[in-house]
Design a protein around this ligand. Structure first.
Ligand code: ADP
Ligand code: GLC
Length: 474
């Protein structure tokens, strides 16, 4: 099958979170199992020019806001699959990837450019696989153009929801200016007096998927649907939950080049070396008899930092080291900084984005904390499992599906899950995890159970293939 995947970010070209990991890894996994797949993504200031192999189209012109514009299309295969990068100075060559008032316009532009590109490549795709609100524009345009444009007549649209909280909201008066003046388009985008690109994606696509089976259920409820639960439930017969995989070429302690020592289930000595290096990195006293509890995340309400704030005294009195890497909302950045200032010999904090450090933390930590309020899939808990680091997670979304509760009698399970969104519930599990970590038999079993799990992309890619086939059948 011929598949085109569109994403606003994709590693190694760009990444701000899990979407980047997923959009970079899925095309490679699909290619490996024999699909004819390409990835289309923007070329940002943050994209390393070293990844680019050449220019596919020097000047691709199309209509934008009533005028002719030109974008350059670059080519790469650095993610392991053919990639086309849309290069347009004013839209994408900026200080950050997201965060502008006109983001809706930037990604509407990207969506338009991607469809123009597919036309100029010839040979229409069977499947256009869209991701998150940034590509909802492409769903609306494709859906309409199938009615009169022979080229896309047989193309099916898949829309993957990575996060219902981001809805691409903008002023509906802008719609006609960016080419969505028709009645169908206007009603697809309309949401409570505003326009939402996510809603357009949910309505205009043939099939929907999201990144774990549990999240597929949750987003049909008001607690997790962010006001669009009615639409998701209406389309539930066209919705599938497919759990993300992880890329073992990048996240594998046995051959990770970003950590000071490699290790595997057979020989775990490298993990101790990584722990020492991690403590040194954060200028903490190197005492490996104390556990290291770590967190890596975007600092937003989604990630449950509130719970850490609520129970910080209990966390500190456990005696564990606490190490956090993240960036985002100022109130959370301030919290981490002040905690470090309060206990500089127990707490290590790095505010910012640092890929290399994230690998060292996964390898050097003993316990990984992910108390998310909601979590569509979550990747860090899967990285933790692979790195022999015990996940303590809230029992929600993809965390529910990927972490199995520890059973100290049977020695089964690979982590700790708590239900209620409360600091008390979280701290109880943190203490249980610390006790298990301190007991050699429990620790070995937890690590064995976690590290042996196969969360590779191949399984997930096969499920996507199944979905593509289902969609192609009509
Ligand atoms: P989300 O997509 O909601 O941010 P995921 O768990 O799916 O959550 O993916 C987060 C990805 O981003 C992981 O690869 C994680 O290591 C990475 N990440 C998040 N924050 C940082 C940071 N500050 N520095 C480095 N990597 C980070
Ligand atoms: C989103 C979600 C995260 C998921 C990622 C990749 O950013 O917040 O849970 O793992 O997308 O699908």
């Amino acid at each position: 099958m011929r598949i085109a995947i569109l994403s606003s970010e994709a590693a190694p070209y760009s990444k701000t979170g899990g979407l980047g990991d997923v959009a970079g890894a899925l095309p490679k996994a699909l290619k490996k199992i024999g699909e004819d797949v390409c990835l289309i993504t923007p070329f940002y200031r943050q994209t390393s020019p070293d990844l680019i192999k050449g220019v596919a189209i020097p000047q691709m012109t199309f209509k934008w806001r009533g005028e002719d514009v030109a974008a350059r299309i670059l080519y790469s295969d650095a993610c392991g699959a053919p990639t086309f990068l849309v290069d347009h100075q004013s839209q994408f060559f900026r200080d950050s990837i997201y965060g502008y008032g006109e983001d809706y316009e930037r990604f509407a532009f990207f969506s338009r450019a991607a469809l123009v590109l597919l036309r100029s490549l010839g040979n229409p795709p069977d499947i256009v696989h869209l991701n998150d609100w940034h590509t909802g524009f492409a769903a609306a345009e494709l859906n309409e153009s199938r009615n009169f444009d022979h080229f896309f007549q047989k193309t099916k649209i898949i829309f993957s929801i990575h996060n219902m909280a981001y809805q691409g909201i903008f002023d509906p008066n802008e719609l006609w200016k960016i080419g969505f003046g028709s009645e169908f388009a206007r009603s697809s985008f309309a949401l409570n007096g505003a326009a939402s690109a996510l809603k357009a994606g949910l309505i205009a696509s043939d099939w929907l998927s999201t990144v774990s089976p549990r999240y597929a259920e949750e987003i049909q409820s008001s607690e997790y649907g962010f006001g669009l639960e009615w639409l998701v439930s209406r389309r539930k017969n066209r919705l599938l939950g497919i759990t993300n995989g992880i890329d073992y070429e990048i996240w594998n302690p046995a051959n990770d080049t970003l950590i000071p020592a490699n290790y595997s289930l057979e020989d775990m000595t490298g993990k101790e070396i990584c722990k020492k290096a991690l403590l040194e990195k954060f200028s903490l006293p190197v005492n490996t008899d104390r556990p290291v509890i770590a967190s890596i995340s975007r600092l937003t309400a989604q990630k449950g930092i509130e719970l850490i704030m609520q129970s910080v005294a209990d966390l500190l009195s456990s005696g564990a080291y606490i190490i956090a890497l993240g960036s985002g909302e100022k109130r959370y950045e301030d919290f981490w900084q002040s905690l470090r200032d309060y206990a500089p010999r127990q707490v290590g904090v790095f505010i910012g984005y640092n890929e290399e450090l994230s690998h060292l933390i996964e390898a050097g930590a003993d316990i990984f904390l992910m108390p998310s309020k909601f979590e569509p899939c979550g990747l860090n808990q899967m990285y933790s499992l692979r790195y022999g680091t015990i996940p303590v997670v809230r029992d929600v979304g993809g965390l529910h599906d990927t972490v199995e509760d520890w059973n100290p009698v049977e020695l089964t399970g690979n982590g700790f899950k708590f239900q209620n969104y409360s600091g008390t519930a979280m701290i109880e599990k943190v203490y249980e995890a610390i006790y298990a970590w301190a007991d050699t038999d429990s620790l070995n079993a937890l690590r064995r159970n976690g590290m042996a799990i196969d969360n590779s992309w191949e399984n997930s890619a096969r499920k996507y293939c199944g979905l593509y086939q289902l969609a192609a059948r009509g």
